[in-house]
Design a binder for this molecule. Structure first.
Ligand code: SF4
Length: 494
C-alpha cells in the first residue's frame, strides 16, 4: 500500500456534546473525495477510518504499524482538549515509520498551518483549503520519488524547509507557504467520493451524505465555511444532473433510500439557487426514485413553492440556521436576516410537516440579558422547546470562536487562544451577569444531557437522532425541568 488516508479517532469529551461544531458536516466526505481523486489517477490508496471502527489511538497506532505506506494523509479534526492525542499518535508513528511523509488536511490544518508546523515539526506538510488537487500533486511527488524540491512547487501546500530541520540536536521549524491553491472551478469534474465500508457506515446509523455544493454565499461572523475555500469562492454548486447521477448510483447499487446533503447551504444564492434545487427535485421525481433526504440551509432560502417541490421529491429533514431570536445578535452576526424571517421559515416548513433542527446561539460574547430574554421568548413562542435533548442544546449553546472566522480576527473582549495551536479563542462575556448565567445554564444542561444519555434506550434509536418521545413521562419531566430552571435563573439575574 502506497498511500493511507486516516480518519483518526474522535473520542467524545465529557464537556462537549456539540461534536458537530469542531468540524463542519461538509468535511465528512473530504477523505472520500481525496481517495477517489487518487484512485482515478491510478494511485494505490487505502482509507483507515479509525473513527468509524471505534478504535482508540493505541489501536490505530498498532494497526498502522502493520501497514506499509510512503504517504500518510491525516484528516485532522479539532478534538478540543484531546487534540494533543492526535499528535502523540503521529509522533509514535513517526518514530517507527521514519521515512513516510505525513500530511495534514482539513479545516484545522487550513487555519492553523503555521502553528501546527511550528509545534509539531515531525509533520512534513499541511494542505491548505480544498485538498483534492493539492494532495494528488503531493502523492505524485512522494510516490514517484521526485526530488524534494518539487514539494515547493505544489500550490496549496505548507511545509517546513527540509534544510532547516535539525539544529543543535532539536527540530527547528522554518515554515514555507507555497502559493495558494485555487478551488476546483467545476465540481462536476471531480469523481464521486469513494465510500469506504459503506455497510458498516449504514450499520452504525450514519446517514449517506452527498455534497452537492461547496462554500456559502453568507458571511456570518462566527462561521469559517466560506474562508476555507479562499477569497475566490463563495458558493459553487454541482449540476443537478451530476448530483442526481451520484444518488442514482447509490440507490441502485447499494439500495440506500435516505440521503443527507452535507452542504453548508443547500441553496445557491437567490432565485437561481432555488431553481437549481427544484431541477434536482424534478429529476428525482421524473426518474421515479423513491427516496427521502435532508438538507441544511439559511432561513431566507425557505420559500413556499420551492419547499413544496422538494417535499414532493422526498425532503424530510431540515437543519435551519436561525441562530438567534434577538435582532441585535442577528445584526451583529451579519446574518442579514430578521427574527420575522426565522418565524416565517419555521412556519412554512411546519406546514409541510417538517419540524426542523436548529442552529441556535443562546450566548455570544456581547449578549445582554435582554438578548438572552429575546432568545428564550422566541424559543417558547415558536414552540421549539419540546424534546429534552433539543431543549438542552438550544438553551445552553454558547458561541465558539474558531480561527478563520471574522469574530476570531476581531478578538473581541480580549479573547485568548485556548491552546498553542491557536485554533479556538476563549473569551470573556462583556456582561458579567450573562457570563454567570451562561455558566449556570451550561452546568445544568450538561447534567440533564448526561442523565438523558444514561436513560437512553439505544435499541430503539434510529440513526443519530437526539429526539425523544415527547409523551414519555421521563422526557416530559426533564424538559419541564430545563425550561423552569432557565426561566427562574434568567429572572433572578434580571
Ligand atoms: S449562512 Fe450558515 S454556512 Fe453560510 S456563512 Fe452563515 S453560518 Fe456559515
Amino acid at each position: 500500500m502506497s498511500i493511507i488516508l486516516l480518519e483518526h479517532p474522535r473520542p467524545r469529551t465529557p464537556n462537549k456534546y456539540e461534536s458537530v461544531v469542531n468540524t463542519p458536516l461538509s468535511s465528512c466526505l473530504m477523505t472520500g473525495y481525496v481517495a477517489s481523486t487518487l484512485k482515478s489517477n491510478n494511485h494505490d490508496v487505502d482509507i483507515v477510518d479509525a473513527n468509524l471502527y471505534g478504535w482508540s489511538f493505541n489501536e490505530t497506532i498498532q494497526e498502522l504499524k502493520k501497514r506499509n505506506f510512503k504517504l500518510l494523509g491525516v484528516h485532522l479534526v479539532y478534538l478540543w482538549e484531546n487534540t494533543e492525542d492526535v499528535f502523540e499518535m503521529l509522533l509514535s508513528l513517526r518514530k517507527s515509520i521514519p521515512d513516510a511523509h505525513i500530511n495534514l488536511y482539513g479545516h484545522l490544518p487550513t487555519f492553523a498551518s503555521r502553528e501546527l508546523l511550528a509545534n509539531y515539526p515531525f509533520v512534513d506538510s499541511v494542505t491548505i483549503g480544498e485538498p483534492e488537487t493539492t494532495f494528488l500533486e503531493l502523492s505524485d511527488t512522494v510516490i514517484n520519488n521526485k526530488d524534494t524540491s518539487a514539494l515547493y512547487t505544489i500550490n496549496g501546500l505548507a511545509l517546513n524547509s527540509i534544510n532547516c530541520k535539525i539544529k543543535e540536536g532539536v527540530l527547528k521549524p522554518n515554515l514555507i507557504l507555497n502559493k495558494p491553491r485555487k478551488p476546483v472551478s467545476n465540481l462536476d469534474n471531480l469523481p464521486f467520493p469513494y465510500r469506504n465500508d459503506f455497510e458498516l457506515t449504514r450499520k452504525r446509523g450514519i446517514s449517506t451524505y452527498i455534497l452537492a455544493s461547496r462554500g456559502c454565499y453568507g458571511k456570518c461572523t462566527f462561521c469559517y465555511l466560506g474562508s476555507f475555500y479562499g477569497e475566490e469562492s463563495s458558493w459553487r454548486g454541482r449540476s443537478p444532473e451530476n448530483v442526481f447521477n451520484e444518488i442514482y448510483d447509490i440507490y441502485e447499487n447499494l439500495e440506500e433510500e435516505y440521503f443527507y446533503f452535507a452542504d453548508a447551504n443547500f441553496f445557491g444564492p437567490g432565485k437561481k439557487g432555488r431553481e437549481r434545487a427544484c431541477e434536482l427535485a424534478n429529476l428525482i421525481m421524473d426518474k421515479g426514485l423513491n427516496i427521502k433526504f435532508g438538507i441544511e440551509c439559511r432561513v431566507d432560502d425557505i420559500e413556499d413553492k420551492t419547499v413544496g417541490i422538494l417535499v414532493n421529491a422526498g425532503l424530510k429533514d431540515v437543519f435551519l440556521g436561525v441562530e438567534s431570536g434577538s435582532q441585535r445578535s442577528l445584526d451583529k452576526f451579519r446574518k442579514f436576516t430578521k427574527v420575522e424571517d426565522n418565524k416565517m421559515a419555521i412556519n412554512i416548513l411546519r406546514r409541510y410537516g417538517i419540524e426542523p433542527n436548529y442552529g441556535f446561539i443562546m450566548f455570544e460574547p456581547d449578549s445582554t440579558l435582554a438578548d438572552v430574554r429575546a432568545n428564550f421568548e422566541f424559543l417558547k413562542e415558536m414552540k421549539m422547546l419540546n424534546s429534552p435533548s433539543i431543549t438542552a442544546h438550544l438553551l445552553h449553546h454558547k458561541q465558539t470562536v474558531f480561527k478563520g472566522t471574522f469574530d476570531y480576527q476581531r478578538k473581541n473582549n480580549g479573547a485568548k487562544p485556548v491552546s498553542e495551536i491557536m485554533y479556538e479563542s476563549a473569551y470573556e462575556f462583556k456582561d458579567k451577569a450573562v457570563e454567570a448565567l451562561s455558566e449556570n445554564i451550561n452546568a445544568f444542561c450538561l447534567k440533564i444531557l448526561k442523565d438523558l444519555s444514561l436513560n437512553r434506550n439505544f435499541k430503539s434509536e434510529e440513526r443519530d437522532s437526539c429526539v425523544y418521545d415527547e409523551n414519555d413521562t421521563f422526557s416530559k419531566q426533564m424538559n419541564e425541568k430545563l425550561v423552569e430552571h432557565f426561566e427562574q435563573t434568567l429572572s433572578s439575574f434580571e
